[in-house]
Design a protein around this ligand. Structure first.
Ligand code: 13P
Length: 256
């Protein structure tokens, strides 16, 4: 079901005690949405998941930042969806651009990770987004279409309904160079069109599509004002509880 979602990707930051303190600060400042339409998803390093307590009553959930495509076995260093689920995660980020570029994860592997997540009861937050050169060449839509096609569109309509899409233009991640509200809206609307082509309009309108890339308290209002932007996947600003909660206020006030 389409929801407004503010997700925090802490990446490889915070010690266990710092992470616990940050989580508790966010949790205590988070105002539960009475309608249940606005939820918070925190993706800490996986080592912290068993230390923090999600609170679904308050609309606060936890996520892994990545998972293996396998459920268990001789895969040294990997963490499976089964394990994430066993320590309280309900969601998992798959295909973040840092996984794609630094760790060489390709769409065919990401597709198997999406399957592993769904098979084990986790909702995938599937990331897509073009690199700067791809946008300069005008190829951003083809790139995003390919990422969705190859990583997600094998799913049945029922399983696709469990997916959250996060559009994160690579050139905007950690650079301070946010997509303009127009660029975000244009791509989010395109993503919905591609979903409609592969499934149907109802499913396209029912999918939550989040924006990520240098989203902060100063630009959140303008980004979230767009009708196809259902929330954000926040990196740097999610490490400061006050900033993250301020972004949550922007999202909350954008809900009609
Ligand atoms: P920044 O908000 O730091 O640009 O990171 C975005 C991101 O990668 C979230 O997954």
């Amino acid at each position: 079901m389409r929801k407004n979602i503010l997700a925090a990707n802490w990446k490889m930051n915070t010690s266990a005690s710092e992470g616990l303190a940050l989580f508790n600060e966010v949790k205590s400042g988070w105002n539960a949405d009475p309608g249940g339409n606005l939820i918070c998803i925190i993706a800490p390093p996986s080592t912290h998941l068993s230390l923090i307590n999600a609170d679904s009553e308050k609309g606060i959930y936890c996520a892994g930042q990545n998972c293996s495509d396998q459920d268990n076995g001789a895969y040294t260093g990997e963490i499976s969806a089964v394990m994430l689920k066993s320590v309280g995660a309900d969601f998992v980020i798959i295909g973040h651009s840092e996984r794609r570029s630094i760790f060489g994860e390709k769409n065919n592997l990401l597709k198997r990770k999406v399957d592993a997540a769904i098979r084990n009861g986790l909702f995938p937050i599937y990331c897509c987004g073009e690199q700067q050169g791809e946008r300069e060449d005008g190829n951003q839509e083809d790139v995003v279409r390919g990422q969705l096609q190859e990583g997600l569109f094998h799913l049945s309509a029922e399983d696709f309904g469990k997916v959250i899409v996060a559009y994160e233009p690579v050139w905007a991640i950690g650079t301070g160079m946010t997509a303009t509200p127009e660029q975000a809206q244009e791509m989010h609307s395109f993503i919905r069109t591609v979903i409609e082509e592969n499934y149907n309009k109802e499913i396209a309108m029912d999918t939550s599509v989040l924006y990520g890339g240098s989203c902060n308290p100063a630009n959140a209002n303008d980004l979230f004002a767009n009708e196809d932007v259902d929330g954000g996947l926040i990196g740097g600003a999610s490490l400061i509880a006050g900033d993250f909660l301020q972004i949550a206020k922007s999202l909350s006030s954008s809900i009609p």
